[in-house]
Design a protein around this ligand. Structure first.
Ligand code: PMP
Ligand code: GLN
Length: 378
């Protein structure tokens, strides 16, 4: 068979989770909570199933959930999206991003990604026949480099993919960053795919600057989110896309022949659970406490902590601890020390190795303490 993705193997997240399970390591690799979601959310889904919400929902999603999402965006970011024509419920952010790319990228189009970036972006662009244009984030700080983004724009640029809060670097774009981007894109017709799955994990009193807050960005943006991250249910695979009606119409043409619809009872359960904003409003404090516990535990070690402004990831520089490559270090750390991590090189097209690895702190405090006990030996 002539592979469409010859360079793609099994994702690093699957590989490291399998290794962690095999050797019994604490798994701080793949990003998912090791604690359960709110029982009230499970109860809401159970009630939906009991009420008979078990057949296909409308193609764009259960209306009550689309309305709840539109209200939430309006309350948090001040922009009104039509639940009918501008919000679509997806099978997680992964399907949302692929569908947005398939809907707008033609063979030969260029799509700019900012490296390091989530591992699905480049293969998604390749599947659409597009050309991946990789622009590095500023080395060290992982801040956007707008001169480099400007230099990468060409008449063939169809879309730009951004992600704040950022996986893996845990940086968060400021309002000024978004304004600068808005100005940069103003003279172009470049579309924006804004991956905002960690929208509710922004720390130290800062606010998430959704593309929805900036008229010039919102007008060209597919804004992607995921209930898996926000409500500790990564296995449910339910996400959302907010986009202006014309973009949503194109998105839905692909969506209807891709998954057609997303599971019904989860959508009803999420719609009723979203009526109470407390769970997502409490999320920054919840994860900030875990970040602080994890950082305090590593403070005296030879792993150098990088800043963590958002997301549920903490990156560390390993150069004082080991001469191994990031990938080999993660293998060694999992097998010999009993803690799994993810090498940042997995987020680069060319496997760039800067001696930094990523830990996920979306774990019970006791899990973090056990990992810290082991990591402090380094
Ligand atoms: N984008 C980023 C940046 C992610 O980290 C993830 C998942 N970890 C996704 C998208 C995919 O989200 P989902 O599980 O909802 O498909
Ligand atoms: N997004 C999660 C991470 O970065 C993992 C999702 C996956 O396994 N594909 O760890």
């Amino acid at each position: 068979l002539h592979s469409k993705l010859p360079e793609v193997g099994t994702t690093i997240f699957t590989v490291m989770s399998a290794l962690a399970a095999e050797v019994g390591a604490v798994n701080l690799g793949q990003g998912f909570p090791d604690f359960d979601c709110d029982p009230a959310l499970v109860e809401a889904v159970y009630q939906a199933m009991r009420a008979g919400h078990n057949q296909y929902p409308p193609m764009p999603g259960v209306p009550a959930l689309r309305s709840a999402v539109a209200s939430k965006i309006e309350a948090l970011h001040g922009r009104k999206y039509s639940a009918d024509s501008e919000i679509t419920i997806t099978a997680g952010a992964t399907q949302a991003i692929l569908t947005a790319i398939l809907a707008c990228v033609r063979p030969g189009d260029e799509v700019i990604v900012l490296e390091p970036c989530y591992d699905s972006y480049a293969p998604n662009i390749a599947l659409a026949g597009g050309t991946v244009v990789r622009v590095p984030l500023t080395p060290g700080s992982f801040r956007p480099d707008f001169d480099k983004i400007a230099a990468a724009l060409s008449p063939r640029t169809r879309a730009l993919l951004i992600n704040s809060p950022h996986n893996p670097s845990a940086t968060v774009w400021s309002a000024q960053d978004m304004l600068t981007l808005q100005e940069l894109l103003a003279p172009t017709d470049v579309l924006l795919i804004s991956d905002e799955v960690y929208e509710h994990m922004v720390f130290d009193g800062a606010e998430h600057q959704s593309a929805a807050r900036f008229a010039g960005l919102a007008a060209r943006a597919f804004i992607v989110s995921s209930f898996g991250k926000t409500f500790h249910v990564t296995g449910w695979k339910v996400g959302t896309v907010a986009a202006p009606a014309a973009l949503t119409a194109e998105f839905r043409k692909v969506h209807q022949f891709n998954v057609f619809t997303v599971n019904t009872p989860m959508q009803h359960g999420l719609a009723s659970y979203l009526q109470n904003p407390a769970p997502y409003l409490q999320l920054p404090a919840f994860y900030q406490a875990k970040r602080d516990l994890f950082r305090a535990g590593l403070a005296g070690s030879r792993l150098r902590l990088l800043p963590c402004a958002g997301s549920y990831f903490q990156c560390v520089d390993i150069s004082a601890v080991s001469d191994l490559s990031e990938a080999d270090f993660c293998q060694w750390l999992t097998r010999e020390i009993g803690v799994a991590a993810i090498p940042l090189s997995a987020f680069y097209g060319d496997g760039f190795d800067q001696r930094v690895v990523r830990f996920c702190f979306a774990k019970k405090d006791e899990t973090l303490r056990l990992a810290l006990q082991r990591l402090r030996k380094l």
